[in-house]
Structure formats: structure tokens, C-alpha cells
Design a protein. Sequence first.
Length: 362
Amino acid sequence: MAKVELQGIGKIYEGGVRAVENANITVEDKEFVVFVGPSGCGKSTTLRMVAGLEDISEGQLLIDGEKMNDVPPKDRNIAMVFQNYALYPHMSVYENMAFGLKIKKVPKDEIDKRVHEAAKILDIEKFLDRKPRALSGGQRQRVAVGRAIVRNPKVFLFDEPLSNLDAKLRVQMRAELSDLHHRLNATMIYVTHDQVEAMTMADKIVVMKDGKVQQIGSPLHLYNRPANKFVAGFIGSPPMNFLTLKVEASGVLKGETFELKPMAEHAEALKGMGGKNLYFGIRPEDLTYTSDPGENVIPAAINVVEPLGADIHLWLTAGGQPMVARTEPYHTFKVGETVYFKVDMEKAQFFDRETELSLRGA
């Protein structure tokens, strides 16, 4: 397979519109890397530059140490799976999967072998004679993946391949693509706006915003040590709570109706912040329902109760600020009542109000 290196990659369109700026990303051999971020963040543009479908304005793209900036897409030994499947409607599944190999004049016996091997892996052998219109969305997506597999590429690229599928099928296909990665032992780059897909599938996540890479790391590292407020809020569902609190001279964090005492190991991060406000971050699952309004407890009024079976999401107002808590389904909650939540201060995050960078560091 292949190692892919993006060294200071940038994309500038006509009129000086910058879509990607100084992207430095390394995808190791056999690694599954996910580019994630909101619409318009530059993740698909970055993927298309790797594929050769967009010209690179700045920087270098290397595959196995070889510069690829000016190499045509067909010569990069890369296979791409698109959001809309891009299947030929007049061709059968077999013909769709075989088409790229026929263009390359691969021997017929070899084509037949590769198509049937890929179809077996994806469990679509029984559909080989059908046209795409006779298939479901999930089956069409398997055909698109199969067309990529038969080429034996160095790198697989996926551009939001599951976004057209319903929720249940997306979950199933996530698992299938993860399994496929392990079976093929392949280098894969995957683009999505869905942070759940990123968390569940990736070896490594690249978080992007406004054309810039915000942070690169394993799913758990990004979850536990976000580099800035954007990453902290983007990774995790429901998203992290952010409360504006004042740092007292003693180091205590003060809200309108509560106080929080940071852990001793966080004191260095808050050094010199006395008298200033910061963003205090805490995840909904790090708030524990309690009947005891003691230390590091936040009183909050319930606005909305969302029972989800395995747990309950409570949308709250705490000291005039919005907050969400995730709790067990063993309690009865009523809209309008005041409840208390113990904060796991070990999991607390602190962000500068000006730069929005983590005060704990990444």
C-alpha cells in the first residue's frame, strides 16, 4: 500500500478565494484517516487534491515519497468512492466493476477473477447481472466500493460515501467499511461531516475548519485533549458544554449560582488567570445527577427532557447559561424543576476567551 504526505498543501481559487491553507497531514501506510469538519471547511477539496481532481496551489503531495502534484489522476494508483456512487446506469454491476480494468486492457480472465473476488468480499455476487436501478442505496454503495477494490489501488479515497443512506444503513455500512479496511490492510482516507463516523471508524482524525487543520490525533486523544474550543465542541455527541466562568484569585471558578474548584493538577493551566473569564468545558456524560448540593455541584433548571431508552438527555439552564446533561433512565424528571449535577472536575477543560485555545494544551 502507501504512505501519503501533504506538505503545506493549499488551494486558492480564482479571485483569491482560499479553500485550504497550509495543510500538513501524514497518512501512514495501512492507516484509516478521517477528515472531518462542517460543510465548507475544505475537507473534500483536500481529498480531491490527493486524487488529482483539483490542482494544488501550494505545497507538495507525496505518495511513497514520490511527488504527485503534476501526475494525472489515472497514474496515481488511487481509487475514489463518491457520495453519489457514480455508476453507469446502462451497465450491469459486473460491467461497472470491470470497466476501469477493461480500459487498462487487463486480461479478461484476470478481470473476471478480480470482480468475483471483490463481489464475494462485499456480498454482492448475486447482483452481478443487475443494473444499478434495480439495487438499493446500500447495494449501489457496495458496487462503488467493489469497483475501487478491483483496481488494487495504493490508496482508497472516500468522499462522504454514506451520506445518502438512511440512519440504520449508515451504521451497518460503517461497520462494513471498518471490517473491509482490516481485511484489505489498505491505506484509506475518508471524508465526512459526521463526527460519529469519524470517532467509530478512524485510526486518526483530521479536524478541519475554514480551510485550516485544527487538530490531528486518535479519536480518544481528540475527545479527551481537544486543542481548542472548536474541536472540543465538534467531537462528541451531545456536544461539550461551555460555561463562561470567572477565575477567582484563589483559583476557584465562579458562576452566577455556583462555584467549581479545579483539580490540583489543573492549577498550572489556570495560573495568572485570576480576575479573568474563561470558557469552562464539561461533557454531558461527566455530569452526575445528585440530590446533594455540595462541592462542585451545579444547580440547573430543566427546559427539555429527552428520554432515549438507554439514557436521558436533559437540556438545562445553569446560572443563566445553557447546558445539557446525559444521565441514567432511572430517574423521573419534570420540565421546570431544579436539579443538581456533580461535575467530574478531572474531566474539565479550560479555554482562553480570546484565542479559544485549550489552557491544558493538546
